[in-house]
Design a binder for this molecule. Sequence first.
Ligand SMILES: [Zn+2]
Ligand SMILES: [Zn+2]
Length: 240
Amino acid sequence: MYCPCCQTSTLKRARLDEHLAVHACQTCEGQWVSSYDYWHWLEWQPDSGKIKPCESMDLSDPLHGSDNRRASFCPECNHLMRRAKVGHGLKFYLDRCSHCGGSWFDQGEWQVLQAHNIHDKVHLVFSEPWQSQIRQAEFNRVLEATYRSALGDEDYAQALNVRAWLEQHPHRDYILSVLNQVPPSEDESRYIPVRNSHPEPVQKSQLSQNALPKEEVNKHPVAYGHGVQPKPYDLPQPAK
Ligand SMILES: [Zn+2]
Ligand SMILES: [Zn+2]
């Protein structure tokens, strides 16, 4: 079995830990983990089935593996390997063969994954939910950079304070409608205090249902108050 990175060196059997057998390259120090060896090792790991990105990671100071950045072929079945970004603060990609399920780790990558508690989630790195989280995190970073650049750090911090206050406010939508100068939504309108009790307003749909046929109104315009000028009130005249 040849190294997918060096392509000339032969991989030698080695061990990453007590339960994990690998094929290691002595030239580039990369490691190949077959699907069988990975799943066998995973059975010994606690909580191995959960996506649990390490919360203590400092995203502002990402660690780097020694990513070889080249398309590689599987040393076991010779299919082109798929690359996937690890994310969650780590800037390198992993290579995995979709055909046989084996994974390649460049020098030091396994140890970095282990330090961040992702080494037992390698199979999840290639899943859509994992990749979707990474895309969302990248989008949020770009958005924040845009806001900071437009507002400056101080105003951006102030905007975050306002947002935090607004998010827990019971009349959040109503305040937003004030800020946006648009009428409040129906849900919020019910909070507006009413001074006098009024009958229920007639709905537009009701008006159209109760409307008289047009021909009927045209025949008797006066009866229906059409075309008639309103008269001034007959005020009582003072006694002469
Ligand atoms: Zn190599
Ligand atoms: Zn393969």
